[in-house]
Design a protein around this ligand. Structure first.
Ligand code: KIV
Ligand code: ZN
Length: 502
């Protein structure tokens, strides 16, 4: 029945199992936005809701059916006519509708949820599939709590529902109970003991109560399942469902499994943020694939190894999951290699700076702060002294006279490779006079193109950050200066840019 035996279908239930989580409820317009993003991601099936559960859910299934054309739109029901009628009505506009109906399969559920017997449950399962099949061709049957069900009874149930018309059979580990070996063996058991199993796709739906949802899903797929049910960011009942990004990246990374999906993983970062924002469910920073730290390196040893060869510490490419680049976080545990990496990124030429001295200053700052930002580095680099700048212009003296009615005048002394140069200039303000005086020493080939001053925190005693874009022979160079005196900060920023193109 499958064209490609190695193709794994992705069934996304973010908008059903995920949306059941308290606090995660969405408006229909938000669900449509997510559904369109899921379509762009390449999922095969979108479980759009549980129509009988509320008028809002019903309406969402209607609207999603209209909004999405490529993926199958699926609606959940229990094994009764009322639920199925409601799903049929909600799916009326779906181009490719699917009904997902089912009932408990473990003795626990049969006895304590349905107060019933295996025989009765089996009959209800078959009746539900037959009834749904009258309206919709594509019927998925779920054997709830299959993870704890007796395999022999489960096989009997699955065989009966396939005979009744089920096209997909879902074997949920509803309570996240199974070990990967047990779950994999269950799927294999069904493959080997259900005589008509080749007429349906086996689907795996795993919950994460013991943190095993992804491992169990993988075990299911390795043993013959060809549909995975998952959610973006792994959201879902209690500890959640299998995370879509995890299971699909495993298949992509482990090519030897020879299994593939239609998912374009480059959308992961974007869709993960969208779901997290809309559902007000933050993603834990260390979450695999899409957590903030998933591609961030912070210890000195790792940073050094990563910078020598990315694959020393990365098994996936961040671009493959929609993240621009890996992060080398600067902390007190970072080494010179990481510091050098960031200084190069900020446009500094390492030969022109005193790396050892800057590293010392960096370490003492890092001891006071948890993380060193770009602004911290720029500030370290902008004291304009020989301790920082090697083989470039350093500021020795700056005197400015201004006021009303005085003509702003700047006198400047710069050191260049051990030689002092002095100049004086007038300007229409103290900064303009200072820049002109510097230009008299370094030459006028450069031109100031952009000039911004920003108070770091506010207040008249604050440190100001000046950034300048200076063009030289058709190329732009950024210079930064930090100081409580904005004229000195401007002089340092200009020299910083000049030293970059020297
Ligand atoms: O976890 C589960 O068993 C379910 C079913 C409704 C498929 O979500
Ligand atoms: Zn579930």
């Amino acid at each position: 029945m499958l064209h490609d035996p190695n193709r794994v279908y992705v069934f996304d239930t973010t908008l059903r199992d995920g949306e059941q989580v308290p606090g995660c409820q969405l408006a229909t317009a938000e669900k449509i936005e997510i559904a369109k993003a899921l379509e762009a991601l390449g999922v095969d099936v979108i479980e759009a809701g549980f129509p009988i559960s509320s008028p809002g859910d019903f309406q969402s299934v209607v609207e999603l059916s209209k909004a999405v054309s490529e993926p199958i739109i699926c609606a959940l029901t229990r094994a009764n006519k009322g639920d199925i009628d409601s799903a049929v009505a909600a799916l009326q506009y779906a181009k490719r509708p699917r009904i997902h109906t089912g009932i408990g399969s473990s003795d626990m559920h049969i006895k304590y949820k349905f107060n019933s017997t295996r025989e009765d449950i089996l009959e209800r399962a078959v009746e539900a599939v037959k009834y749904a099949k009258r309206f919709v061709e594509d019927i998925e049957f779920y054997a709830e709590d299959a993870g704890r069900a007796d395999n022999e009874f489960l096989a009997k149930m699955i065989q009966a529902v396939i005979a009744a018309g089920a096209t997909v059979v879902n074997i949920p580990d509803t309570n996240g109970y199974c070990l990967p070996e047990q779950y994999g063996a269950k799927i294999l058991y069904l493959k080997e003991n259900v005589s008509n199993i080749d007429q349906a796709i086996i689907s795996v739906h795993c919950h994460n109560d013991l943190g095993l949802a992804t491992a169990n899903t993988l075990a299911g797929v390795i043993n013959g399942a060809r549909q995975v049910e998952c959610t973006i960011n792994g959201i879902g009942e209690r500890a959640g469902n299998t995370a879509l990004e995890e299971v699909t990246m495993i298949l992509k990374t482990h090519q030897a499994l020879n299994l593939h999906t239609n998912i374009n993983s480059k959308h992961f970062h974007e869709i993960s943020g969208m779901v997290s924002r809309m559902m007000r469910m933050p993603v834990q920073p260390n979450k695999a694939i899409i957590g903030q730290n998933a591609f961030a390196h912070s210890s000195g040893i790792h940073q050094d190894g990563f910078l020598k060869h990315r694959e020393n510490y990365e098994i996936m490419n961040p671009e493959d999951v929609g993240i621009d680049q890996s992060d080398i976080i600067l902390t007190a545990r970072s080494g010179r290699h990481a510091l050098k990496h960031h200084l190069l990124r900020l446009g500094y030429e390492i030969e022109r700076i005193n790396l050892d001295q800057i590293y010392e200053a960096f370490l003492s700052l890092a001891d006071q702060k948890q993380e060193i930002t770009d602004d911290d580095l720029l500030s370290l680099m902008s004291d304009g002294s020989e301790e920082v700048v090697k083989n470039g212009y350093t500021l020795k003296l700056l005197q400015v006279v201004c006021g009303d009615p005085l003509n702003p005048t700047a006198t400047i002394k710069l050191d260049y490779k051990g030689q002092e140069h002095e100049a004086m200039a007038y300007g229409n303000g103290p900064v303009n006079a200072t820049i002109k005086a510097i230009e008299r020493i370094v030459g006028k080939a450069s031109e100031l193109k952009e000039f911004n001053i920003q108070a770091m925190h506010g207040g008249s005693d604050d440190v100001s950050k000046v950034n300048m874009r200076v063009s030289y022979l058709g190329k732009s160079y950024m210079g930064y200066g930090f100081n409580t005196d904005i004229v000195k900060a401007s002089a340092i920023a200009y020299l910083d840019a000049v030293n970059k193109f020297l």
